[in-house]
Ligand binder design. Structure first.
Ligand code: CA
Length: 229
């Protein structure tokens, strides 16, 4: 899955440095200088993670974090706050607002990327090696490979992204528009029936392993990925 990281930071030098480090780590960096730009970026495509500066013009990062937690589609998106030294006492209020982690300024980009990756793995149900397991299926997000027991599953790139999303969010129903939003990104124009095409291909990829039924159609709602077939 292509990980989109939204950076909300008003200081251009830090924003650029973080964006550069993210891109070097093969993450897709989306810079925003304030809350308005951040909201616009979120409307385009739901990010995988948000790096949020504590001190922003107009609205504090903490206030924005609270708002992100309350609104779809960002309620579940992990947030890492960037804070200055001395803000320690405020961190509890951050955790109460639903922030996942903190990085204290000045930070090394190495440290930041390590924290970003750790939070991403945790939020996607991956273990330390980046592997997600649902039933007999194992998805290795670093090697981009899927195994059913001992056998490798032959799978196309879009089906892989779809499966990665499903495995990270197993046992939950997603509508076609939600899947479009998460897999293709809100800015891309794709018809809803495209989802059905890739669902069919995903089932075909799982069929030889006897696992096609893990992809379940939920009538008049959408699709669910489930370990219990
Ligand atoms: Ca700032």
């Amino acid at each position: 899955m292509h990980k989109r990281i939204l950076i909300v930071e008003d200081e251009a030098s830090i924003r650029d440095m973080v964006a550069f480090a993210l891109r070097k780590a093969e993450l897709h960096a989306i810079p925003a200088a304030d809350v308005v730009e951040a909201q616009a970026a979120i409307a385009q495509a739901v990010p995988s993670l948000i790096l949020l500066d504590w001190m922003l013009p107009g609205m504090s990062g903490l206030e924005f974090a609270r708002r992100l937690r309350k609104q779809e589609p960002t309620a579940q998106v992990p947030i890492i706050m960037l804070t200055a030294r001395g803000d320690e006492k405020d961190r509890v209020s951050g955790l109460e607002a639903g922030v996942d982690d903190y990085v204290v300024k000045p930070f090394s980009t190495r440290e930041l990327i390590a924290r970003v990756k750790a939070v991403l793995r945790r939020s996607h149900g991956e273990d330390e090696a980046g592997v997600i397991t649902v039933g007999k299926l194992k998805l290795d997000s670093l090697a981009h490979r899927v195994h059913a027991g001992e056998n490798e599953v032959a799978i196309g790139p879009t089906e892989y992204r779809l499966l990665h999303f499903f495995m990270a969010h197993a046992e939950r129903v997603y509508s076609r528009p939600q899947l479009l939003d998460h897999i293709w990104g809100g800015s891309v124009y794709v018809e809803e029936r495209t989802v059905d095409v890739h669902i069919r291909r995903l089932r075909q990829a799982l069929e030889p392993h006897g696992l096609a039924d893990m992809v379940q159609t939920v009538r008049s709602a959408g699709y669910r990925f489930s370990a219990s077939t």
